[in-house]
Design a protein around this ligand. Sequence first.
Ligand SMILES: NC(=O)c1ccc[n+]([C@@H]2O[C@H](COP(=O)([O-])OP(=O)(O)OC[C@H]3O[C@@H](n4cnc5c(N)ncnc54)[C@H](O)[C@@H]3O)[C@@H](O)[C@H]2O)c1
Length: 359
Amino acid sequence: MKAHIVVLPGDGIGPEITREAVKVLNTIAALYGHTFTFTEYAFGGASIDAYGVPATDEMLKACASSSAVLLGAVGGPKWDNVKPEIRAETGLLALRKHLGVFANLRPVAPHPSLTEASPLKSELLAGVDMLVVRELTGGLYFGKPKETRMVKGVEHAVDTLAYSAPEVERVVRLAFTLARNRKRKVTSVDKANVLESSRLWRKVAGQVALEFPDVAFENMLVDSTAMRLVTSPASFDVVVTENMFGDILTDEAAVIAGSLGLLPSASIGAGGPGLYEPIHGSAPDIAGKGIANPVGTILSAALLLRHSLGLEAEAGCIEDAVHVTLDEGILTPDLGGKATTRDVADSILAAIQKSVAQV
Ligand SMILES: NC(=O)c1ccc[n+]([C@@H]2O[C@H](COP(=O)([O-])OP(=O)(O)OC[C@H]3O[C@@H](n4cnc5c(N)ncnc54)[C@H](O)[C@@H]3O)[C@@H](O)[C@H]2O)c1
């Protein structure tokens, strides 16, 4: 297969971890007979420094015409005080909107050999295997008006939380479709006791659920979900929720796995290129030290192969190699180990080569 992948290393640890993920993709291409080409663009703070904006039109166009986009992370203290419209995070929202990737998939399954790294007791971790589906292009992060203004001499700020029924329907339907290949249970998370947008969310989710009688369905309030994620995480299979609730709940779910550095994500839409990135940020506190955990980004590359290129065996090969590496205790400091970013990636590469040689 031929595929063209746009790589956006971004800021902080972004370049260190995407470099290793690209090595993994090149190794997979060589071993399985694919041709992957890569083009790199500055994004986020790096793009602000070079071009004065976090996302250039040229970069957005290249992403839209690619097979898939692999992203590191953006932002950092250097760009914290720029105008809101050119913040690195604004560029990220613009990229998601430009690609129309309305659903962000975040799988969370703690690795058995890493239960010590989780803040939860090991008995709570048994059987945890959930997929959080976060709505990505609507809700509070995009609603208008979004502004700060003076009202009778007093500063007021407003954000708008708005959803249309079709926006809810498409992401909930995707969650149900994905649940059919898992444990067949969907939890739809909202705040329907207070928010009008959540009442619409709950109504539409209930309607979509009727189309999937083979999938168990429950509604859950977001505050209750936050509690149950740490008291009974194994009770969840697919969790679907709106943009901001998903943003917050996925960070909570991530620490269950032991480190933010482990978890990948896939942002997909209606058939265009997907956007693949680890769930963590640019980690400026460890940038340049060579100790960032590359696993979240390498697993994001596996999701890219699965969801954008349909290469299931190749994706599984990477995931198995990550398991081997973690089982062998080759861990970066966030997991209590002493390995460098490159040590971990090299071990994953070696495990990939070994497993393909054995076939
Ligand atoms: N999608 C994105 O690009 C994204 C997401 C979140 C935050 N950010 C931005 O990143 C910057 C830093 O944000 P933050 O500090 O709140 O969150 P962060 O995720 O960057 O870091 C939180 C903590 O986790 C650690 N960490 C994160 N990823 C790691 C990895 N791969 N290996 C080892 N340790 C890792 C960091 O060292 C830090 O201690 C901010 O500018 C923020 O806006 C970007």
